[in-house]
Design a binder for this molecule. Structure first.
Ligand SMILES: CC(C)(COP(=O)(O)OP(=O)(O)OC[C@H]1O[C@@H](n2cnc3c(N)ncnc32)[C@H](O)[C@@H]1OP(=O)(O)O)[C@@H](O)C(=O)NCCC(=O)NCCS
Length: 394
């Protein structure tokens, strides 16, 4: 197998569903913008060199339906010859797309590809616009359709992750994100054109564009006392709140992958290689445990130990499940290497985009800190985990 080099990995800001800066920006616009931005940042690759585009999306319907992976290539102004597909593995969709795009390069089927992710949770709600569970199978496999919030409650209850533990974790996520924002560490963000509709004197609305360059869900004023006051939102007497859950978010991200030959041909300076990617199934009603199984499987495949990994991005779908996984993986003493700029509790979790978003964040941090090996992992609705290993290029 050949190496898959990451030439560039970028993202839009993540902004709050329905309330944030991207709420009036169509998902097609978000995605096509970040795809163009990735090409521009890579520097020496023309869009015509991109053989195929794989885009993760968790609810690929309505405004982000009709094979958004292909549509966006054309909205971005790429030549008609650039093909595109939409990939769905729920919360790991963006990472799955990057892995599939990388595999094409590794297999020798493509020289340059793009993988990315998109989710506008404002335009398409979680669960989709018209969920239609199978009338008989959904009774037998009811857990496959469980609310994500209930799965987070299950993890908290089954594995003794207390409300205090969850709030403490959420507090630190907010603090890390606020600090990173203040210090300008989110260098993977490309300032993104956003739409807003402004009421005119004659009663009509005019579309205006402004530039959004930061994640707008971060709450720098969060306190542990404030978090403790929030009520549980998914279960009576539960412990999962708006403050210790991931935020619902709009965003897009894109990564360009190249073969060694393409790196030489176009004079690219690759950031990292995607070394390994794996997925695993687990019980759907506690889907949050996914990383606890996906990460050991990944490291076994790679012949590595947790101590070999310098940085981790473990998606914070919920504080309960992220903390449980960190404990089970024996990483409690490595908190300074995990989600160092905060996680989805503060920065948001735009479902199908998240895998691609975390890739951009992880690689920016690996580059800044000179860390050789980084792992990205997440839990996945329906009961799965995914994990990927990246190696920094010299
Ligand atoms: C939990 C959830 C239902 C909350 O939704 P929401 O009510 O829209 O959440 P918001 O972020 O608007 O927060 C609601 C309120 O909680 C309070 N709050 C949230 N975070 C807070 C914090 N860190 N400190 C203090 N108060 C906070 C605020 O009062 C806030 O209202 P405001 O924005 O008007 O100030 C939603 O975020 C959710 O579903 N998350 C999980 C998504 C999911 O399942 N993803 C898939 C995982 S696999």
């Amino acid at each position: 197998m050949r190496d898959a080099y990451i030439a560039t990995s970028v993202r839009t800001p993540g902004c709050r569903r329905g309330k944030g800066a991207l709420k009036d920006t169509r998902p097609e616009d978000l995605l096509s913008f970040i795809m163009k931005a990735a090409v521009e940042k890579a520097g020496k690759i023309e869009p015509k060199e991109i053989d195929d585009v794989m885009i993760g999306c968790s609810f690929p319907e309505a405004e982000q339906g009709l094979n958004i992976g292909r549509l966006a290539t054309q909205i971005a102004g790429f030549p008609v010859t650039v093909s595109g597909a939409t990939v769905n593995r729920f919360c790991s969709s963006g990472l799955e797309a990057i892995a599939l795009a990388s595999l094409r390069v590794m297999a020798g089927w493509s020289e340059v590809t793009m993988g990315g992710g998109l989710e506008s949770m404002t335009y398409v709600p979680m669960g989709g616009n018209l969920p239609r569970p199978h009338p008989e199978h959904s009774r037998v496999h009811a857990n496959l359709y469980a609310s994500m919030g209930i799965t987070a409650e299950n993890v908290a209850n089954r594995y003794n992750v207390t409300r205090e533990d969850q709030d403490e974790f959420a507090y630190h996520s907010q603090m890390k994100a606020a600090k990173a924002q203040k210090e300008g560490l989110f260098t993977e963000i490309v300032p993104t054109p956003a739409a807003r509709y402004v009421l005119q004197d004659n009663g009509t609305y005019k579309k205006e564009t402004f530039i959004q360059d930061f994640d707008d869900g971060v709450r720098a004023t969060t306190t542990k006392e404030g978090l403790a006051k929030l009520r549980a939102v998914f279960a009576v007497n539960g412990s999962v709140t708006a403050g210790n859950s991931s935020q619902t978010t709009d965003g897009a991200a894109a990564t360009i992958i190249a073969s060694g030959e393409a790196v030489k041909k176009y004079g690219l300076k690759p950031i990292a290689k995607l070394k390994m990617y794996t997925t695993v199934g687990c019980e759907p009603d506690e889907m949050g445990v996914g990383p606890r199984y996906a990460i050991p499987k990944l490291l076994d495949l790679a012949g590595m130990k947790t101590s070999d990994i310098g940085l981790w991005e473990i998606n914070e779908a919920f504080a309960s499940q992220a903390l449980y996984c960190i404990r089970e993986l024996g990483l409690v003493d490595s908190m300074d290497k995990i989600n160092i700029n905060g996680g989805a509790v503060a920065l948001g979790h735009p479902l199908g985009c998240t895998g691609a978003k975390l890739c951009a964040t992880l690689l920016a941090n690996m580059q800044r800190k000179g860390v050789k090996y980084g792992v990205e992992s997440m839990c996945i609705g329906g009961g799965m985990g995914a994990a990927a290993l990246f190696e920094l290029c010299d």
